[in-house]
Design a protein around this ligand. Structure first.
Ligand code: MN
Length: 260
């Protein structure tokens, strides 16, 4: 068992997926992801993307068939001791009495299963995104900060999959249907509920969550003023190539503010 963990760690170090430098060992890599996951919870709460609800997860760098997600509680209160390991069916690996997982953990499980490129998932109910899940207006990149929306933002309508529900993605089947709607996109809206935002790491997932909400707020205001000039696909791809490389800057700022 231990030899398998070492092999996985070497691969991650070589690929540089999470390692800070070539000398980082597996325990350090996993500890850093958990540290960043706690920070991501606090940042997303501080930035108004998550409130008492919503969650953020990370794929386990030592076990790519598992993910790390807090027990069911408000994101602002999450500490390292609250992080539970889940398998890709949404089961908690080591259950503890009195510790409840999130009802909607199947969102994360299904996306990690469907998207090997994804290592971080945010599920939020941030207010401006609700507008675009509830209307026919497509969410599109309005400025360079949200250029990652290039390629479109699909809308998951739970009614088309399961009829009248309580709107929660509370089964593996609903998670799979949502992951199918997300496809290869970075964001999917959920009608009457919220959104999922995915990325290759927590820093990008947090960045995209903040700027998807800001884009939606600005777009709703712009649409009230008149015809909107969105970024075209070429502009958005060029802007994303530049801005995607700068996410460490706001991450460090937001982290400092949120962890005070
Ligand atoms: Mn939800």
């Amino acid at each position: 068992m231990s030899s398998r963990i070492i092999v996985v760690g070497v691969l991650l170090t070589v690929s540089g997926a999470h390692a800070q430098d070539a000398g980082t060992n597996t325990t350090d890599v996993r500890a850093k992801v958990i540290d960043d996951l706690v920070a991501a919870n606090r940042i997303l709460a501080d930035q108004g993307i998550l409130d008492g609800y919503g969650h953020v997860s990370a794929r386990d760098p030592e076990h790519p068939d598992r993910f790390l997600l807090s027990r069911s509680q408000a994101p602002e209160m999450v500490t390292a001791g609250d992080i539970l390991e889940h398998d890709l069916d949404g089961n908690v690996i080591a259950t503890r009495s009195g510790v409840n997982p999130f009802l909607e953990r199947f969102i994360h499980a299904a996306i990690y299963r469907a998207r090997p490129d994804v290592n971080a998932v945010v599920h939020c109910h941030s207010p401006s995104l609700i507008l675009f899940g509830a209307t026919a207006a497509p969410l599109r990149p309005l400025y360079h900060m949200s250029a990652f929306l290039v390629g479109g933002v699909p809308v998951f309508d739970i009614r088309t999959v399961a009829g009248d529900t309580d709107m929660l993605v509370r089964t593996p089947q609903l998670g799979q249907a949502l992951a199918k709607t997300l496809g290869a996109h970075t964001v999917a809206l959920m009608r009457g509920h919220g959104a999922v935002i995915v990325a290759a790491d927590l820093q990008h997932a947090v960045f995209r969550s903040v700027y998807t909400e800001l884009n939606a707020r600005l777009q709703a205001q712009a649409m009230a003023l008149g015809k909107v000039k969105f970024l075209d696909d070429d502009e958005a791809r060029k802007a994303e190539a530049t801005m995607g490389g700068t996410v460490q800057r706001p991450w460090e700022l937001w982290r400092r503010k949120a962890m005070k």
